[in-house]
Design a protein around this ligand. Structure first.
Ligand code: SF4
Length: 493
């Protein structure tokens, strides 16, 4: 059997990092981890190919080659997913779809032959057995949330490393918190499930043996959701990194209560975590309460961010406007918080009601839902009736974007972030002279010569070379990221 795995295209979002990727000569930020895991669940006797539309085209010959086509997608990829399914069905191929978008919008792609709802560790092997007997069902609904102990090491070898900025692995699924707008807890549940230490180390070994060096994104929605297990993992991770001379710089997502646990912060620094994404959402206590984001309500959030930064981790964060209880001055308050927290990459969005979330159910009951969410929180299309005047909300959101990604403001924040990130953790060992020089040449050309904001870039450059020379590579990465965010701000601001 010949299996073609296709990953639909992402639109231009914060996480696509599309405008920053050319600086390092990459085509996509992360590989399609879900599909690489699906591949590992297929019989070893099957031939397999991957087409990631974020790094290459889907050719008619790829489709012709395949006996079966497997596609997974998130909500933001739905248009590309529809196009892929249409093209494959036109050629009469057997099409199987799954993933988070399909799980929450089951019958949205009626042309697909087989539909997977929920996590596929148990249902995919069942499907393969049914298919071989000629008895495959149309819908495979996971009846339980499977233990991650049965999740295989993803087929990392299926993707071409050279096209990706980072590699990904998953340690846990689910989150114990209860944020009203969150779809993670609806899809993966509120009891975090984790892989064993041995599984995680096997994935690191696989990446290392295949030649990967650089950033590894632990894609969990909340890496510290099960603190007891994480405490057991971190020393093993640190020991692995030490033994392999720190080939990986780690990035993950966590809840803000990470700041309350100094031991955990120290362990994360030792294990090589250099960046962490936090869901801060809003500095307004009433809006945090409305969002049921209780974990952000103990203590001062600015102090929490500072504490995490002092452990050598750059903080990235999500912010939301559009809560019912947002006051009139919410936009200035968000700008001030972002400025004072020295978070360079602040992903600000307008609240959106994702399918099947508590927020979606409440707004539906209140008769305030307008449309299905696009999954993009930057595109200024509201899918519900806000309490604040809609035009005022959009204008306020745009003013945040214009302000925080103004070059001077961004570089200022970045310099403060660099100052706060202490440099006493183990240094990552993956910057090669060649790719460093090439990236620098591209950055100098684009940001230092061609860009209208070049004066601000050289001002930043001078400050970096005089005050943060040891963080030069980090600074240039952040300059490139700033360009990506500025382009998005221009598009949406
Ligand atoms: S902390 Fe994050 S993952 Fe957990 S419920 Fe809230 S938004 Fe969802």
């Amino acid at each position: 059997m010949k299996a073609l795995l296709i990953y639909p295209e992402f639109p231009d979002t914060y996480w696509s990092f599309r405008h920053a990727l050319p600086f390092e000569g990459k085509r996509a930020a992360f590989p399609p981890l879900g599909l690489l895991t699906v591949s590992a669940l297929l019989p070893r006797t099957w031939e397999r190919r991957l087409v990631d539309l974020n790094v290459g085209r889907l050719r008619a010959s790829d489709i012709e080659w395949a006996d079966i086509i497997l596609v997974t997608a998130m909500l933001v990829q739905k248009e590309s997913l529809q196009e892929v399914v249409r093209r494959c069905k036109e050629r009469g191929k057997l099409v199987v779809i799954g993933g988070p978008y399909v799980t929450t919008s089951a019958e949205s792609i009626p042309e697909a032959d087989h539909i997977f709802l929920g996590e596929a560790e148990e249902t995919l092997p069942q499907f393969v057995r049914d298919l071989e007997r000629g008895e495959a069902q149309r819908i495979y609904q996971a009846t339980t949330r499977p233990s991650l102990s049965i999740t295989p090491v993803p087929d990392f070898g299926l993707c071409e490393f050279k096209h990706y900025s980072a590699m990904s692995l998953q340690y846990s699924r689910g989150c114990p918190f209860n944020c009203e707008f969150c779809d993670i807890i609806e899809i993966y549940g509120r009891v975090p499930r984790t892989k064993s230490n041995a599984q995680v180390l096997a994935e690191l070994d696989a990446l290392h043996d295949a030649g990967w060096r650089g950033t590894v994104f632990i894609v969990d929605d909340n890496f510290i959701g099960n603190k007891k297990q994480v405490r057991l993992l971190l020393p093993a991770l640190a020991e692995w990194q030490e033994r392999h001379q720190h080939p990986f710089e780690l990035l993950t997502e966590a809840s803000l209560n990470l700041a309350d646990d100094l031991e955990l912060l120290d362990e994360m620094r030792r294990a090589g975590f250099r960046r962490v994404f936090l869901g801060i959402e809003t500095p307004v206590a009433e809006s945090l309460k409305e969002a049921q984001k209780k974990q952000n309500m103990h203590g001062d959030m600015l102090d929490s961010v500072k504490r995490i930064q002092s452990y050598g981790m750059e903080v990235m964060a999500g912010f939301i406007v559009g809560f019912d209880t947002d006051p009139e001055d919410i936009f200035e308050r968000q700008i001030n918080f972002i400025r004072e927290s020295a978070i360079p990459l602040a992903m600000v969005g307008i609240l959106t009601a994702l399918p099947d979330t508590q927020l979606w159910r409440r707004l539906k009951e209140e008769g305030r839902l307008l449309a299905e969410s696009s999954g993009e929180n930057t595109n200024c299309t509201l899918n519900f009736v806000p309490k604040m005047d809609a035009a005022q909300l959009i204008a306020g959101y745009q003013s945040i974007m214009r302000t925080i990604y103004n070059s001077r403001e961004y570089y200022q924040r970045t310099l403060e972030c660099l100052r706060r990130i202490s440099g006493d953790g183990p240094a990552p060992n993956h910057y090669t002279l060649l790719n460093g020089a090439l990236s620098m040449a591209r950055i100098a050309l684009r940001l230092g010569i061609l860009d209208s904001e070049r004066r601000e870039f050289w001002r930043f450059f001078r400050r970096v070379t005089s005050e943060h020379r040891e963080k030069f590579a980090e600074s240039m990465r952040l300059a490139a990221m700033g360009y990506h965010f500025r382009k998005l701000a221009e598009a949406y601001g």
